[in-house]
Design a binder for this molecule. Sequence first.
Ligand SMILES: C[S@@+](CC[C@H](N)C(=O)[O-])C[C@H]1O[C@@H](n2cnc3c(N)ncnc32)[C@H](O)[C@@H]1O
Length: 207
Amino acid sequence: MRFYDENILPYIIDKACSVGQVMKLRSQVVPQARGVVLEVGMGSGINLEFYNPDHTTLVYGLEPSEGMRRKARSNLAKSPVKVEWLGLPGEQIPLKDESVDTVLLTFTLCTIPDWLSALRQMHRVLKPDGVLLFLEHGQSPDTGVHKWQDRITPTWKKIAGGCHLNRPISELIQQAGFEVQALENLYMPKTPKIAGYIYKGRAVKAS
Ligand SMILES: C[S@@+](CC[C@H](N)C(=O)[O-])C[C@H]1O[C@@H](n2cnc3c(N)ncnc32)[C@H](O)[C@@H]1O
């Protein structure tokens, strides 16, 4: 699967994650980023156009896949903000404690194998008054949908780069020591319900 993951999947993910309904949600979340930002799983850099350069100092783009980083070149060339790549997974964030103002997670928590370690790393590098912004798909509260998410995930994750359809995103964020301050859940329009239950919000370090 390595050839597929590094050479074909980046094109599929880039296309699927830049359709209109997804871009609309990104445009509601990414401009909230402030100061020094860590974007975990930056992928092909689809979020870059939505950063506001007036209040974003630097974006660390953490992305373990070389294929995704290659696919990001054109978005990087047009980026309104300065980007520094970190070619590592979220479980190994190579930044100092309390060094970033914003952590941005979009459509990535579904994929990170050790989500708890990765979220703890995000918690570690976030300043005490920093914010975690998230826009993720995950477990639906509707039993019928949830049942199908559980059934399909074992096969789905093999073809979708490790993506789980059934992670309860806001619960996972809280388990890692964050307090969710704002949360909006919705089914994304024009998307099958199993892949389109959205968690959009912000979290801070729990006191
Ligand atoms: C569905 S893509 C989303 C990309 C991007 N965040 C976006 O919104 O378009 C999931 C991304 O998570 C990355 N990823 C996979 N394992 C990861 C890990 N352990 N830590 C951080 N990112 C990871 C993948 O390489 C991929 O770029």
